[in-house]
Design a protein around this ligand. Sequence first.
Ligand code: NI
Length: 271
Amino acid sequence: MAPQAAACGSFPAEPLPLEAVRLQLRTWPEVESYLKRCKGVIVPLGSTEQHGPTGAIGTDALTAEAVALELGRRSGVLVTPAQSFGMAEHHLGFPGTVSLQPATLLAVLHDVVLSLARHGFERIYVVNGHGGNIATTRAAFAQAYGTAAARGLPVAGELRCRLANWFTASPVMRLARELYGDREGHHATPSEIALTLHLEPSLVAAQRPLPEAAPAGPIHGPEDFRRRHPDGRMGSDPYLAQADHGARFLDVAAASLVEDLRDFLADSPAV
Ligand code: NI
């Protein structure tokens, strides 16, 4: 039997309605009462950046938020609004990209964690949709721990932050390999595009096979990115993406992260 999540009681037997877990739709007395039984919270983190010639600019934010909300429904853990701007400096050669510099994103995430910690949240679970956010997010966590201690927040000794990249969860990568093989590539991947097709009916699948994408390689800045990858893809074939694949990716990602979240919530230094 799966261990109970110590910081959050037990998970619901059936997924909760979406509105029950969206922090935006709750009142402060509801959050105060939630904190008496659960110290966990989920923060979706995306990016607003080009996703090849056929993918939506908001792909990383749409996918992170969808996975986070599905995870919230299955766990009963509240989900904050998505942080939809990420560190996308290397994508700025393509119109529509909006990037936070690493120091800016670090400050944003630090302040998000400190705000939540101040009210008693002890387990901050960040569901990330963009590889470019990873280093900065880890740095933000390190800084937030230091600040929580320096400010003498009551939760400082219990504060834990975890970064969960939905697209690198083992079952997600297995499914991507099964469906797309090495056509998955590294950016504007068919798996993430499939998820957006599932989430947003106005988006249409690419109608023709795309030319071969340049393989992944070192990137030294926005101009270098666009020169090496003129249509914005890195070794991927988003033509293979289908909406029904997206539904499977959402299910597999949420199922995988719900177990990770359960372990995270149960982690206690007192044991
Ligand atoms: Ni992406």
